[in-house]
Design a protein around this ligand. Structure first.
Ligand SMILES: Nc1ncnc2c1ncn2[C@@H]1O[C@H](COP(=O)(O)OP(=O)(O)OP(=O)(O)O)[C@@H](O)[C@H]1O
Ligand SMILES: [Mg+2]
Length: 512
């Protein structure tokens, strides 16, 4: 890794940046932040620290309440993302904001198609699009719809577009959250290449391993204030975590190391030969009360699809399901909820939160749905439930009446988890439960998962974090190409075991 020396010229200089919401809440308080040419600079901090707000202030989405932003010495005040882009600051968010129905080429030249006599020159556009992507090592058919490609390709297209628009600073807000390991490598290769070209890159992520692999420098925010700026090479991980949380994480690490003991109780859920053509091949799955079963595999291997079949979000076209030994029909999430199942999806924006409802309303939503709308929860009950879960999960700010859309991404995720816990489910399905969640809250959620099992809940967890899953799972089911290919149990539940099974499940095939 080339570590930039401090004589690299500063590109983006933010001084004393302040952002006040709702008249009094200081989401950013006189923050300084400097990005130099040719560096990858991590912007880190707990959920709600102010990272996204800082980015939005720089890119014209939020008007700052104080401070100044300079790009190559010139003060800028973009009032929208387009103006920021023109000034040379490009942002790619976790949710790619391009248009999936248009071709890759059309997306790359969105709003600036090469024209002659007012007509878009398709062929010219395709040629330039191909060239642009080849520059990033991506040799794909640019006339195919963007939506046909993986999230990683879509990200790279978004980055290519931004950079082609003469960006000098590229901001990536949690870009790797939905990428698999290989795709992360592809993205990192692109980032390194851009660093070589002298572009300043801001990288926001909760994956500290990635930060240590790719970044040169780190700036940490806490509660809207700057904690400090350090070179990655000079900042041990423990110190970084302390900077982020303002406290030690030792107790958590100790707990992680504690050996798992099986707590499995009576059988709760049994699936036999359940599957759906085109989604996931027929599988068997048993879940007992008090156990955690992990679903591991690459992106698109059928993990989420399995979870959705269990919950009735997709309807199985084959097989038989029994709960407590009695055959049941799960044709919809309503059936599943009635049976005491809960499902916390990964895509909180599209499947989860209702942005304009308050935190309280979001938390009581599933419970209310189960009770039926004819039996509304009293306001007193709602307040009590909301308060309890805000405390339990440390949702910040601890204000049940705030519209949930105004919470940081990680805090929205916690509220979604609260929604399902409030229904006191017997079986809880979690799809990437710690995605977008900071190191501190991460540890709290894992502790919570363990405690819920001790109380007899069954958990089915989809996770890409193999290191994490092996610390709490009693069993790990490995999927590949929409097939359940292996089950690891007890001693066999190790990182190397799971990785080996994902890489080649036929070796010690043991079908459930
Ligand atoms: N539009 C808004 N109105 C009011 N408060 C807001 C608004 N946007 C963000 N906030 C608050 O500002 C604080 C910082 O939020 P921000 O989204 O910047 O956090 P973050 O560091 O990006 O966190 P995460 O890691 O969870 O994404 C949070 O307390 C959030 O609730
Ligand atoms: Mg954020």
């Amino acid at each position: 890794m080339t570590s930039p020396s401090s004589d690299h010229p500063s590109l983006l200089e933010i001084r004393g940046l302040t952002k006040i919401f709702a008249g009094s809440f200081r989401a950013l308080d006189r923050v300084d932040f400097t990005v130099r040419a040719g560096e990858i600079h991590a912007l880190l901090g707990e959920n709600g620290a102010g990272k996204s707000t800082l980015i939005k202030a720089v890119t014209g989405i939020h008007a700052p309440d104080g401070g100044e932003i300079r790009l190559a010495g010139q003060e800028i005040r973009p009032s929208n993302a387009e103006e920021a882009l023109v000034a040379g600051i490009a942002t790619v968010y976790q949710e790619v904001a391009l248009l999936p129905n248009l071709s890759v080429a059309q997306n790359l030249f969105l709003g600036r198609q090469p024209t002659r006599f007012g007509l878009v020159r398709e062929r010219e556009m395709r040629r330039r699009a191909s060239e642009l992507l080849q520059g990033f090592g991506l040799d794909i058919d640019v006339s195919a719809p963007l939506g046909d490609y993986s999230v990683a390709v879509q990200h790279i297209a978004a980055i290519a577009r931004a950079v082609d628009l003469s960006a000098r600073v590229l901001i990536l807000d949690e870009p790797t959250a939905s990428l698999d390991a290989h795709e992360v490598e592809v993205l990192f290769a692109v980032m390194r290449q851009l660093r070589e070209r002298g572009i300043g890159i801001v990288f926001v992520s909760h994956f500290l391993d990635q930060v240590y692999r790719i970044c040169d420098r780190i700036t940490v925010l806490r509660n809207g204030c700057l904690v400090g700026e350090r070179l990655v090479a000079e900042l041990p991980r423990g110190d970084l975590v302390r900077m982020m949380l303002g406290r030690e994480l030792a107790e958590v690490e100790a707990e992680k190391a504690a050996p798992m003991q099986s707590r499995a109780g009576p059988s709760l859920f049994e699936a036999e030969n359940v599957g759906k053509r085109g989604l996931v091949e027929p599988f068997d799955l048993d879940l007992r009360a008090g156990e955690v079963v992990g679903l591991a595999g690459l992106l698109g291997s059928g993990r989420t699809e399995t979870a959705r079949l269990v919950f009735g979000a997709d309807k199985a076209d084959a097989g038989r399901i029994a709960v407590d030994g009695a055959v049941v029909r799960i044709a919809s999430p309503r059936d599943a909820i009635r049976l005491g199942f809960g499902f916390c999806p990964e895509e909180r924006k599209t499947e989860g939160i209702v942005a304009d409802l308050t935190v309280r309303e979001n938390i009581v939503l599933a419970l209310q749905a189960r009770r039926g709308w004819l039996h509304p929860l009293f306001r007193r009950e709602q307040d009590e439930i909301a308060d309890r879960f805000i405390k339990l999960l440390d949702i910040r700010p601890a204000d049940p009446e705030r519209p949930i859309g105004l919470l940081s991404g990680g805090n929205q995720q916690k509220a979604l988890l609260a929604r399902w816990l409030a229904t006191e489910p017997r079986l809880l399905i979690l799809d990437e439960p710690t995605r977008g969640i900071d190191v501190g809250a991460h540890a709290e959620i894992i502790r919570l998962i363990r405690r819920l099992c001790d109380e007899g809940l069954a958990l089915l967890v989809v996770s890409s974090e193999i290191e994490e899953i092996v610390t709490y799972a009693d069993r790990v089911i490995v999927l590949r190409d929409r097939n359940h290919i292996a089950v690891l149990e007890g001693e066999a539940v190790t990182v190397t075991g799971v990785v080996a099974a994902i890489a080649d499940g036929d070796q010690d095939r043991k079908v459930a």
